[in-house]
Every structure is written in structure tokens, then in C-alpha cells.
Design a protein around this ligand. Structure first.
Ligand code: 76B
Ligand code: MG
Length: 214
């Protein structure tokens, strides 16, 4: 039984990043994925777009669907104002175990609540589990066929308010056609596409930013 890719990514963070320095954790993961092994982190190019949207929204409460190794969790949490919280949902226990250590290495554990389980089950529990009224910002980066049902679930659970921002990764590759069709044609959202590339590659991909109009 050898190591898994997430475990090798974590080892690269522990070897090359400085504890308590989120930017060094981001740089170590990007270097590992560009020069050693590709991994499905949002990456540096789309990550810069993520940073600009998070900074613009300046969320008090944020939700991430799909933690993986915690790369985008660190990108988001490092920009959050004091007293704000990021809740991140991960289905795969092995990913969650690595992400917890990556987030800890960055020193951001006090800003992040990592919850294991399927998004469809956890979203309806957000109010009870965390006393969340609504989310100012949601980053969708989990199973691509869950983007649409989970966006609808967030609406149904009244977890979105007028002005809430949804940012969706991978709307081109692997692609989320049903989600794009719905969100771009819904009168309840104002959407904009940010053209970019699949992490660490020249393949086209992009982020869709959608503002909930209430
Ligand atoms: C709470 C909850 C959480 C999850 C959940 N947690 N973690 C994930 C991972 C999801 N992410 C991806 O699959 C993904 C894939 C690619 C990709 C792969 C191979 C290619 F060739 C090209 C592109 C690129 C990406 O950027 C991706 O994000 N799902 C699922 C359910 N419920
Ligand atoms: Mg992604």
C-alpha cells in the first residue's frame, strides 16, 4: 500500500511551506501540481479570479462545496475578515483528512469548519449545525452533476439572500451544462462568465459568477 496523491501533495506542503503562512501553502501546492503531479485544485490562474471575487464580496459567511485537499479553502479563508466563517463540505474521508492538515499548516483552522458527508444531506442541516442564516458567498467545486440540484437546495432552504454570490468552478471542463443553462436563464440570477483554463493546463475552462437577486 503506497501513498495516495493527496498524501504526496500534503508531504510537499509540509516540506516546502512555512507553517502559518497561507501563501507559502498555496505556492507549494501549485509547484507540486505543475512540476510533479497534476491534481484537481482550482489552481493559480482560476485561483486569482476566485481571490478577486472573494475580496469583492468580503463574506461574513461562506460555503465551499468540495474541499478536496483544501487548496481553495486556504485561498478563500486567508482573505476572510476577522470573525467570519468558511464552511467546507467534503464527501471523501481521505480527502478530508488531508485537507484538515493542509488548512492547519496554513494556520487557518479557526476560520474553517470542515464537514464530511454528501452535500445533498448536509446543506439542509446548515442552519441547525452552524446557526447560519444565509451565505454571502458559495464556491461550487464538487461533483459537477450536483451543482444544479444543490443550487436549488440552497434556494429552497433559504440559505441565499439578495446579493448572495455563487461562484462555480469547471463550468467548461469537466463541464456543468444543466447548471449553466438554469443559472443563465433564471430571472433570479445575474450571471457572468470568467474565461480561464483548466488548472495547470492549456485546456479551456472557466468560472461562472452568479448573483442571487432574491
Ligand atoms: C460534499 C460533497 C463533496 C463532493 C466532492 N468533494 N470533492 C469533490 C471533487 C470534485 N471535483 C472534481 O471532480 C474536479 C475534476 C476535475 C477534472 C478531473 C479530470 C479531468 F480530466 C479534468 C478535470 C477538475 C476540477 O477542478 C474538479 O473540481 N467532490 C461531492 C459530493 N458532496
Ligand atoms: Mg474544480
Amino acid at each position: 500500500t503506497g501513498s495516495t496523491r493527496p498524501q504526496r501533495l500534503l508531504r510537499a506542503v509540509q516540506k516546502n511551506a512555512t507553517q502559518g503562512d497561507p501563501q507559502s501553502v498555496i505556492n507549494a501546492i501549485d509547484h507540486f501540481c505543475r512540476h510533479k503531479e497534476w491534481a484537481m485544485n482550482v489552481g493559480d490562474e482560476k485561483g486569482s479570479i476566485l481571490d478577486s471575487v472573494v475580496s469583492e464580496v468580503n463574506p461574513s459567511t461562506a460555503l465551499e462545496l468540495g474541499t478536496y485537499c483544501g487548496y481553495s479553502t486556504v485561498r478563500i479563508a486567508r482573505l476572510l475578515p476577522p470573525g467570519s466563517q468558511l464552511i467546507t463540505l467534503e464527501f471523501n474521508p481521505a480527502y478530508a483528512a488531508v485537507a484538515k492538515q493542509v488548512i492547519g499548516w496554513a494556520g487557518l483552522q479557526d476560520k474553517v469548519q470542515l464537514v464530511e458527508g454528501p452535500s445533498g444531506d448536509l446543506i439542509p442541516q446548515m442552519k441547525d449545525l452552524f446557526g447560519v442564516q444565509s451565505f454571502d458567498f458559495v464556491f461550487l467545486d464538487h461533483w459537477k452533476d450536483r451543482y444544479l440540484p444543490d443550487a436549488k437546495l440552497l434556494e429552497e432552504c433559504s440559505l441565499l439572500r439578495k446579493g448572495s454570490v455563487l461562484l462555480a468552478d469547471n463550468v467548461i471542463c469537466p463541464g456543468t451544462p444543466e447548471y449553466l443553462e438554469y443559472i443563465r436563464n433564471s430571472p433570479r440570477y445575474e450571471s457572468r462568465y470568467f474565461k480561464s483554463h483548466l488548472e495547470y493546463t492549456k485546456v479551456e475552462d472557466g468560472l461562472e459568477k452568479s448573483v442571487f437577486l432574491g
